[in-house]
Design a protein around this ligand. Structure first.
Ligand SMILES: Nc1ncnc2c1ncn2[C@@H]1O[C@H](COP(=O)(O)OP(=O)(O)O)[C@@H](O)[C@H]1O
Ligand SMILES: [Mg+2]
Length: 290
């Protein structure tokens, strides 16, 4: 057994037919049961790097160098079928923009059924579960993300729910089987401050209680400060620095990290920045100031 959930070494992404390199020589490790944040401004290559991990790069973009090791297995050497199995059993993904992640003509219960059926096809422990067992699991999962009336939520259509509620449903769906690695790409970016704090806290508690590893992708240093143990900073496809959250808050070296810190400081008071630096990895930052 490896002591990391995910190890990326020298990952390079290119448009083989294009003039431009997208990601160059990116390396990071998500240790077992810990949280690593990839932080960088918009367009720096964070999402494409995470899609490469999932084996879901858009057409026309390829991994031209590097290794992606998940539990010691190089993801890049898997067949399509093996990669599908990996996505259904080893990794959960929580994405930005919950509105577009749900199908408007299906209820939340339909979404749960579809996810569970897909996991079951890949041999999850729910194999053989009947409708009432599946329903009970959906209810339990919605309860874990803070819904007080999960039975009612299951009957709703996505348009009947707020963005914050949908993001929590997405979290419940992603965490159904507590897969060992969770990738959250700007998972709270579209939410208001209160919903953001709520979702971050749920994510963090769930990962801690179940010893899950979390790859957190964000342009927001305060999100990284609240959840991550370590951080990689990316700028225009390159990794500019890496270290513990505390180290980078205390002495950011790259221009990019300094810029992100300046934004963070402009948004929040000095006292807040001090608190988030001290509490890095322990509390949701926005709650630390209350
Ligand atoms: N499907 C795509 N086809 C071509 N270029 C893309 C595609 N998705 C993203 N890009 C480009 O790749 C770069 C990195 O994008 P992305 O990984 O989405 O950045 P981030 O998530 O850090 O904001 C950007 O310049 C973006 O315009
Ligand atoms: Mg992105």
């Amino acid at each position: 057994m490896s002591d990391y959930a995910l190890k990326v070494e020298g990952l390079t992404l290119d448009f083989p037919r294009g003039p431009r390199r997208i990601v160059e020589d990116l390396s990071f490790t998500v240790p077992e049961g810990r949280t690593l944040a990839i932080v960088g401004s918009s367009g720096s290559g964070k999402t494409l790097a995470s899609l490469a991990v999932m084996g879901l790069l858009p057409q026309g973009i390829e991994v031209t160098r590097g290794e992606i090791l998940l539990d010691g297995v190089n993801v890049l050497e898997l067949t399509d079928e093996e990669r599908r199995r990996m996505r259904n059993t080893r990794i959960a993904m929580v994405l930005q923009n919950p509105m577009s992640a749900f199908d408007p003509i299906f209820t939340i219960w339909s979404h749960f059924k579809e996810t569970m059926t897909s996991h079951r096809d890949f041999g999850s422990r729910r194999a053989g579960a009947d409708r009432s067992e599946m329903r009970a699991q959906a209810v339990a999962s919605l309860g874990r993300v803070g819904f007080e009336d999960p039975q009612r939520i299951l009957e709703l259509y996505p348009f009947q729910m707020s963005g914050g509620m949908l993001q929590r449903v997405m979290l419940a769906l992603a965490l159904l089987d507590s897969p060992p690695l969770v990738i959250a790409d700007e998972a709270t970016t579209d939410l208001d401050v209160v919903s953001q704090a709520h979702v971050l806290r749920l994510l963090k508690e769930h990962c801690r209680e179940n010893r899950l590893s979390l790859l957190l992708i964000t342009h927001d240093l305060s999100v990284a400060a609240g959840l991550a143990d370590e951080m990689v900073v990316m700028d225009s496809g390159r990794q500019t620095e890496s270290g513990t959250v505390r180290e980078i808050f205390a002495h950011a070296e790259s221009d990019c990290a300094r810029r992100l810190l300046a934004v963070h400081r402009a948004l929040y008071s000095e006292r807040y920045v001090r608190i988030t630096a001290n509490l890095a990895g322990r509390e949701t930052p926005r709650e630390a100031v209350r």
